[in-house]
Write a protein that binds this ligand. Structure first.
Ligand code: SF4
Ligand code: SF4
Length: 165
């Protein structure tokens, strides 16, 4: 996987450089299909999230997710579902099953957890492959972009005319 990370650097993906929603390039914008909202892993157990939330309320200087309040308010564990690696699977109270979308996306973007707007941009590029939801626009566009960049780099590297000036 380390090789993939290096490859992404060479192809100049924005992964690791996006820190606010405004920095997300339009070519990898979320398609708002809602597939990832129905069930997702957070990398934390429910008890850990509760502990983080208590710390946050007391102002304790421990390390916890920056968006722990939004996570605590919105995300709920689906008791009957467990990921293959044993992690809990969560869904979101805000998710609108009838429309299949996120009502906060347009109306209250500031209430969306960082885990939502940043998925999977500020995470490691590996997450793109680890959590590739079927039909995810981000995943599809990223693959397309990566292939285009590889072709461009290849053409530039082997362009017989480029070095003649
Ligand atoms: S806040 Fe919106 S984008 Fe995030 S999980 Fe909930 S419904 Fe999905
Ligand atoms: S699956 Fe992909 S395109 Fe669909 S809502 Fe999630 S991040 Fe956006």
């Amino acid at each position: 996987m380390q090789a993939i990370v290096k490859l992404m650097d060479w192809i100049e993906t924005p992964w690791g450089r996006i820190e606010t929603p405004g920095l997300i390039p339009t070519w990898i914008a979320c398609g708002r299909c809602g597939r990832c909202c129905r069930g997702f892993v957070l990398g934390y157990r429910e008890e850990e999230l509760e502990t983080f939330y208590r710390w946050r309320k007391t102002g304790a200087p421990y390390s916890y997710p920056k968006d722990i309040e939004a996570i605590h308010d919105l995300f709920v564990k689906i008791p009957e579902k467990i990921a293959a690696d044993g992690q809990s699977i969560y869904t979101c109270k805000a998710f609108d099953e009838s429309s299949g979308g996120c009502p906060l996306f347009a109306d209250k973007p500031e209430q969306r957890p960082i885990a939502c707007w940043a998925f999977p941009y500020i995470a490691d590029i590996e997450d793109l492959f680890a959590f590739s939801y079927p039909g995810c626009r981000i995943f599809q566009k990223s693959l397309l972009y990566i292939m285009e960049r590889m072709l461009q780099n290849f053409m530039e590297a082997f362009d017989p005319i480029a070095d003649r000036d």
